[in-house]
Design a protein. Sequence first.
Length: 348
Amino acid sequence: MKRLALVASVMVLAGAAALGSATAVDAWGSTGHRTIGVAAVRALPDELPAFLRTPGAAAEIGELSREPDRTKGAGQPHDRERDTAHFVDLDDDGHVMNASGPTLSQLPELKSQYDAQLAAAGIAVNDAGYLPYAIMDGFQQLARDFATWRVLNAAEARELDPAKRAWYREDRLRREALILRDMGYLSHYVGDGSQPHHMSIHYNGWGDYPNPEGFTNARSTHGAFEGAFIRRNLRLDAVEAAMPAANLDGFDLRARVAAYLNGTLSQVIPFYRLEKTGAFAADAAGEVLAPGVAFADARIAAGAAELRDLTILAWRDAGTQSIGWPAVKVADVEAGTADPWLAMIGED
């Protein structure tokens, strides 16, 4: 594995969701991923269902945001198929690996097509990574979760048969647990997409490339930043203050993911310039330079804001979908013009 296996600290953030702005949190190892999940949930608007806008849900999603890292080491094909979902290595011009690779705006519809495209260009798929597809898949799964929940919730509220109403309730609660789990997974990959080292061929020191600015080649660069530095310096209040306003207009999933990841790619050189100044290293008194902390806060905040926005957009997209078999329109069930019983429980 070319990526560093980071040893995450084991601080539990369960209380952080409720403690508010002054809480210091403990690694894009564990601390960064937890914080992205918690901050995103705390920022969800009233448009989202109440079960998702609670301190408990924030803490749960924060913990589940770590899960794609915690499941590593299961064996093959699990590890090889999933480990490369955490990154995509782009060159300085935004091409996957080198000029022969596609840009993010040129990605084909399917990951299998992407794999074939890279292979034809002589690029090893395992080296390139496929983070954009992990984010798109996670968004689509969350939207389907929401579509199912919306049908179950509406049907439960209207159903007069006690047995059917009880089944709707039980299935709604199952779906709520799945939503927390799937939002945690989406949180992880969105969070990876806000970490500059997960977007670049310069993922652990500048590497064997032209280096006119003399950037570091230390192999510890990636892990030290996303691990110990984040753990020591990240604060939930600072992350929440740095989160940009919601960006929900003109949504196109593929274009949105490409723009988000290219925005992170643009922060690779700023990171290395800051690293040259010592902004990510403590001085003799244990103090770090404020620009280094501000950079880290902004990167975590970008991930939290994108997760917040994708969650809202998934909720809205769910309202336009059809679900179950025989399929029913979510909007029709919510309007009371369709009975979803067979679609939900299964016609057979």
